[in-house]
Ligand binder design. Structure first.
Ligand SMILES: [Zn+2]
Ligand SMILES: [Zn+2]
Ligand SMILES: [Zn+2]
Length: 472
């Protein structure tokens, strides 16, 4: 009888002769038969992974570049491409030195040319070659040290970044300082003293260095954006890479994860924050969950305009969609049981939460390059490691553009921190056609985000700030 059984097994498994189970069975039951199937050189799962790794890496096989198909699709039909621009060919070895041509013009003529430039550009012109410096003199540099020309001075100083790999421009002083932790600069929590250079203004709270609030107790000093973008533009010895910046931390019941990428010469940041939430929370508990007790900012990462618009109402709306437990006692419990039996429905406290048309869409701040997505997800509550409890959690993801890291007065950094008000994120060419979140997600994964509408964070464009009452 056993031989018959084996025979039938053989025929049954004929089609799947390469599977692992079959391999194990055949070797254990018939260790010495001559017609044993050949040993596959790779386990099926491994073979599957190898096959799809290439496809999912999204890399061009010829160039090794990341191929982002969505960008290709988005760029089709764009006719206003600026391909007439040709670089000056400064590095060309066949280019004749221009000193002779410069020297042909008189100092008066050069002074007239410099007169058409603003102080920063005039100083840059005088700084470019020794011939021009002799023609123009040092008066353009003395002009930069005037207090009213501080913005021009910073722009001039930021322009000579490439010649100073071991220094970093300090904005409170308006000077380059020697980097003291060269190459090992790491982002640390706000309460840890983490100097990148020796600065006389470091302890002066009236003249703080530019920084961006990520979450409660976490700051992103502009110096780190400088370091990343310098390393990206000029080379590794100028700064640090984005990989050293990604963090995961827990504070006040919220878990945060930050990630950075560089896109078209600008640093993008994603901060994902989540906290467990109970169903049917009273308004006071919702406030406790969302707002920090110290400064009333939200616990998750937000731009300077979070009080205007619908960010906080949408968070509160999302929390209301968490399925409420049913009362199980008394007559009401009986009623629920009978109803559920009748309809064949079983109440599940861990059911997926569906959000509504108000809180589900992605929201983009109209005044700065920032996008928000609010979700309610079922997550494992790790506060008690022994209990395996799954709870609903609110997840707020923020994508933001930190700018090119040259000056804190730049359009992106200035607008997300509220020091500039001339940024229109729905009109700006960077994000008019394609959302910040989809650019970010396409760069790090082959999977795409579920399509979400992008709506304005502040559809009515009302700006009440702290005086508005909807934010709390
Ligand atoms: Zn300084
Ligand atoms: Zn809702
Ligand atoms: Zn904003």
């Amino acid at each position: 009888m056993p031989s018959v059984q084996k025979k039938s097994r053989q025929t049954l498994r004929k089609g799947s002769s390469r599977s692992m189970t079959d391999l194990r069975l055949s070797t254990s039951s018939r260790p010495s038969t001559a017609d044993a199937p050949p040993m596959p050189d790779l386990a099926p799962l491994q073979a599957h992974r190898l096959k799809y790794r290439q496809a999912h890496a999204n890399l061009d096989t010829q160039l090794g570049e990341r191929s982002d198909y969505t960008t290709i699709i988005h760029s089709i039909g764009v006719l206003d491409a600026d391909d007439t621009f040709v670089a000056a060919g400064l590095d060309s070895e066949y280019r004749d030195p221009g000193e002779g041509d410069i020297a042909k013009l008189t100092p008066e003529l050069w002074a007239k040319i410099a007169g058409y430039l603003d102080p920063a550009d005039a100083a840059s012109l005088a700084f470019s070659t020794i011939t021009l410096y002799r023609r123009l003199g040092k008066k353009y540099f003395t002009a930069l040290s005037m207090p009213e020309n501080i913005d021009y001075k910073m722009r001039f100083l930021a322009g000579i970044d490439q010649s100073l790999p071991h220094h970093l421009l300090c904005f409170p002083c308006g000077k380059y300082h020697r980097r003291t932790a060269e190459g090992t600069e790491r982002l640390r929590p706000a309460h840890v003293i983490n100097p990148l250079f020796d600065c006389p203004e470091a302890m002066n709270s009236l003249n703080p260095p530019p920084r961006h609030r990520i979450t409660h107790g976490r700051m992103l000093p502009f110096a780190f954006v400088q370091l990343i973008m310098r390393a990206y533009r000029f080379g590794p010895k100028y700064g640090i890479t984005t990989d050293t910046m990604n963090r995961r931390w827990t504070r006040d019941g919220w878990t945060h994860a930050s990630r950075f990428i560089i896109h078209e010469g600008r640093l993008l940041m994603r901060v994902k924050s989540q906290a467990c939430a109970d169903p049917d929370m009273p308004p006071s508990l919702v406030r406790m969950l969302l707002h920090s007790r110290e400064d009333y900012w939200p616990y998750f990462s937000a731009c300077a305009h979070w009080r205007d618009g619908v960010l906080m109402p949408a968070c509160r709306c999302a929390l209301e969609h968490i399925p409420k437990p049913r009362s199980t006692g008394g007559l009401q419990g009986m009623e629920h049981k009978v109803k559920d039996k009748w309809t064949g429905y079983k109440f599940d406290p861990n059911a997926l939460t569906t959000l509504c048309g108000f809180c589900r869409p992605m929201r983009r701040c109209p005044e700065c390059p920032t996008e928000y997505l609010i979700e309610v997800k079922l997550t494992e509550d790790r506060s008690d490691p022994k209990a395996m409890v799954f709870r609903q959690a609110i997840v707020v993801t923020q994508w933001t553009d930190l700018g090119d890291g040259t000056l804190p007065s730049g359009p992106q950094w200035g607008s997300i921190n509220g020091t500039r008000d001339d940024y229109d994120s729905f009109q700006h060419p960077h994000y008019a056609k394609r959302g910040l979140a989809s650019i970010f997600e396409a760069a790090i994964t082959a999977d795409t985000l579920p399509g979400q509408r992008v709506l304005s964070l502040n559809p009515k464009q009302k700006k009440l700030g702290e005086k508005g009452h909807d934010w709390y």
